[in-house]
Ligand binder design. Structure first.
Ligand SMILES: Cc1cc2nc3c(=O)[nH]c(=O)nc-3n(C[C@H](O)[C@H](O)[C@H](O)COP(=O)(O)OP(=O)(O)OC[C@H]3O[C@@H](n4cnc5c(N)ncnc54)[C@H](O)[C@@H]3O)c2cc1C
Length: 378
């Protein structure tokens, strides 16, 4: 049987790959998207994202989805509280509706993009295992089921551990020295009033030297919590995450002496606690043009989440790449060069900010650094 050919193939149906496919579709250009997940609902998408004007919102406008996005925004979600480990409140900012950084459920945003695509655009259960150049900008991509396809334009939108990145760069993500354990508290006002009160209506940053409890309200009335700890990469090795009570104790030991209202964010969590080691690519990661292939989002510029930009950047990358390709039919190389020229400096600036915030958040005098940053930004 002949190997199937797709003029444009996007590996990864995250926010970046989907935004690209949508913007191409708006301009009448077809793309095939491949994702290893068995279905759109295979993995919980948890967590709120705040969507920024110059990146995520601009991407949604390019995708002609801005109007459909508005009803998904969590009212009041931009409220922010900064506390220290004793639960002393240092900043308590209400959401007055003028913040310009609407909060949305990641899953809702992904569903919006998925619904906007022609049926069959995303091939689920399609795990890419590798890709090789065939010459003239064409590539052959192999899948875990042993099948393969060829393409004239290959886009790696496959996140932190991209299988496409090696075609362009030898860089690998490096551990940032921070590990998260994620927790959820469901129906917080009724079931977890202490935790609900300490978080408030939007986001909480409770910080002390080398650790933090970061939390936000979700649109279903739950709280999503990241217990963040400065620790060696091996800190979570050997922890049995099937034994939730043991994990809870292990994490709470790191927050010994913290106010009970803050410890409640972990002590009262419902369901499993989930480990997440935070990695990043080098600030300013870039590559020389390679015909017929490029990267977007985390595949191109994985960074720590401390600037809150990763998903926003993935979306604007997808939108700009889509616009560049649609504007230059038959001239992929010029389109890719134009896209990368805009993407590299944008990603570098955010990656530098994430790296700086990573240091500032966990300083000995935390939360001082974050408060100074908020004060400087007005
Ligand atoms: C704890 C945490 C909190 C965060 N908070 C925020 C925030 O508040 N705001 C913000 O803007 N960003 C945030 N981010 C960053 C954000 O999640 C990422 O930057 C964003 O999801 C990147 O999107 P992407 O489309 O590039 O990649 P991903 O979302 O990682 O999507 C990649 C897709 O590729 C698929 N895939 C992977 N490998 C393969 C393969 N071999 N074959 C086929 N498919 C494959 C995956 O299944 C996935 O669907 C946070 C990140 C973390 C870890």
């Amino acid at each position: 049987m002949p190997v199937p050919h797709h003029p444009i193939a996007v590996v990864g149906a995250g926010l970046g790959g989907l935004t690209l496919a949508r913007v191409l579709d708006v301009h009448g250009v077809e793309a095939a998207v491949f994702d290893l997940d068995a279905s759109p609902t295979a993995r919980a998408q948890g967590g709120m994202l705040d969507i920024h004007e110059e990146t995520g919102l601009r991407a949604l406008r390019a995708a002609q989805l801005y109007e459909e996005f508005r009803p998904l925004v969590l009212p009041g979600g931009q409220a922010t509280r900064v506390l220290d480990r004793n639960a002393v409140v240092h900043l308590d900012e209400a959401d007055d509706g003028t913040g310009g950084r609407p909060e949305v459920e990641r899953g809702d945003l992904r569903d919006l993009l998925l619904r906007s695509l022609p049926a069959g655009t995303v091939r689920w259960g399609a795990k890419v295992t590798g890709a090789r150049a065939l010459g003239g900008g064409r590539h052959e991509v192999t899948l875990a089921d042993g099948s393969a396809f060829t393409t004239d334009l290959l886009v790696g939108a496959d996140g932190a551990w991209s299988r496409i990145r090696p075609l362009l760069s030898a860089a690998r993500p490096v551990y940032t020295g921070v590990s998260f354990v994620e927790a959820d508290l469901r129906d917080a006002d009724a079931r977890h009033p202490v935790a609900a009160k300490v978080v408030g209506g939007g986001s909480l940053f409770a910080l002390g030297a080398g650790r933090g409890l970061l939390a936000h309200c979700e649109s279903d009335g739950g709280l999503h919590v990241y217990a963040a700890v400065e620790a060696g990469e091996e800190w979570l090795d050997g922890v049995d995450f099937d034994d939730t009570e043991a994990v809870r104790k292990y994490v709470l030991d790191r927050f010994a002496g913290w106010d009970e209202s803050l410890r409640a964010l972990v002590a009262d969590a419902d369901g499993a606690l989930v480990p997440r080691r935070i990695h990043a690519l080098p600030v300013g990661h870039r590559w020389d043009r390679v015909p017929g292939v490029t990267l977007l989002g985390d595949a191109a510029h994985l960074m720590s989440p401390f600037a809150g930009e990763g998903a926003n950047l993935a979306m604007i990358d997808g939108a700009e790449l889509g616009l560049a390709v649609a504007a230059r039919p038959g001239d992929t190389e010029t389109a890719l060069a134009a896209y990368e020229e805009g993407m590299f400096p944008r990603a570098k600036a955010s990656a530098a900010e994430s790296a700086a915030n990573r240091e500032l958040l966990f300083r000995e005098d935390a939360p001082r650094g974050l408060l100074e940053m908020f004060a400087a930004h007005g």
